[in-house]
Design a protein around this ligand. Structure first.
Ligand SMILES: *Cc1c(COP(=O)(O)O)cnc(C)c1O
Length: 364
């Protein structure tokens, strides 16, 4: 592994890059948090200092996403995977199947976990197009009596993203936004429940965000363990047990950073520019390609393959030497993948596309 005495351009799919200003601030506050005499990590989560941070994080998130008053916000643990279980446990209704859209790897993981707990109906599948496009909504087969409809707005591994929101009428819409939350404005009122592991666009691993509409909180049956029960978590303000305090504190600073940038419409513009730069570089080249239908190309995760897979190793070695890290594609897809989350600057994308063009001149 190459050693660096500076920070690199980090394209990791998760845990992902964090804003440098946030890390520096955390560093400066690490030993003695705002003259409290100890680290934020060493304090009671129920003390006034941490409670203020927790409340500030929620307020900032509500501002960023314009979350309506009839939604609750939870800061939980267990990642997206625990939500794969909590959602069926809390939202499944008797004799009403759980409807899932299958648009790639993460949808399938969610389906597999839900199927352990109840009756799952897959309403559509992108397997039919080798995970290169989102099937049109008018081809989806949604049962009238579904408990909820689950989908994955951005498939992190295949790099396909919805540019529309499914409308299943009265059936609550549940979305795994782990890899695209806070990357652009979102109409929260269209959803019954939104969840996201923090380690892509929110903060460090260990924190999971859940935004849930009031009527669904009440759906939770009484006979499930307290931690796993949304109603308990809402009652206890996400402090039924000890929460991930340090991750919550960092997320609060990431929210502040986004607000200072101008909020989600401002970051959306930057994200759009970043994605356009990279897709243009791929499309203009004879060496690189991306198979995804244009309108479904992810703005956050850009997989690309090299014409000659024998060049993969060389590409990874040389990119690393140039301070461009974590470009290896997921084993399910192969090739390369660049994740362009919020904290990845446009300078990083320019460095990557410059390198890619140079590499093609040399090896193409
Ligand atoms: C990363 C990711 C996950 C897995 O998240 P964990 O927090 O590791 O459980 C699930 N869904 C999507 C869309 C992801 O990008």
């Amino acid at each position: 592994m190459t050693e660096f005495n500076h920070r690199v351009h980090n394209f990791c799919a998760g845990p992902a890059a964090l804003p440098e200003s946030v890390l520096l601030r955390a560093q400066s506050e690490l030993l003695n948090f705002r003259n409290s005499g100890s680290s934020i990590m060493e304090m009671s989560h129920r003390g006034s200092i941490f409670m203020a941070i927790a409340a500030e994080a929620e307020a900032r998130l509500r501002l960023l996403l314009s979350i309506p008053d009839n939604y609750k916000v939870l800061f939980l643990q267990g990642g997206a995977h625990l939500q794969f279980a909590m959602i069926p446990m809390n939202l499944m209704l008797k004799d009403q199947p759980m409807a899932f859209a299958d648009t790639g790897y993460w949808s399938r993981r969610a389906i597999k976990e839900a199927a352990l707990l109840g009756n799952v109906i897959t309403v559509t599948s992108s397997k039919n197009n080798a995970d290169t496009a989102i099937p049109e909504f008018n081809t989806w087969n949604i049962p009238d009596q579904a408990s909820f409809l689950h989908y994955t707005p951005n498939e992190t591994i295949h790099g396909i993203e919805f540019d529309w929101i499914p409308d299943a009428g009265d059936i609550p819409l549940v979305a795994d936004l782990s890899s695209s939350i806070l990357s652009q404005p979102l109409d929260v009122s269209k959803f019954g429940l939104i969840y996201a592991g923090a380690q892509k666009n929110i903060g460090p691993a260990g924190l999971t965000l859940v935004i849930i509409r009031d009527d669904l909180v009440a759906r939770a049956p009484k006979n499930i363990p307290g931690y796993l029960n949304y109603a308990t978590q809402v009652e206890q303000g996400s402090m039924y047990n000890t929460p991930a305090t340090f991750a919550w504190y960092l997320a609060n600073m990431v929210f502040e950073w986004l607000l200072n940038l101008g909020g989600l419409s401002a970051i959306a513009k930057i994200n759009q520019q970043k994605a356009e730069l990279l897709y243009k570089c791929i499309d203009d080249s004879d060496l690189y390609s991306n198979p995804v239908r244009r309108q479904n190309r992810s703005r956050m995760n850009v997989p690309f393959i090299l014409k000659d897979p024998n060049l993969d190793k060389v590409f990874l070695m040389e990119s690393e030497k140039n301070g461009l890290l974590n470009l290896k594609g997921h084993r399910a897809v192969g090739g390369m993948r660049a994740s362009l989350y919020n904290a990845v600057g446009i300078d990083s994308v320019k460095a990557l596309t410059d390198f890619m063009r140079e590499f093609e001149k040399k090896h193409g």
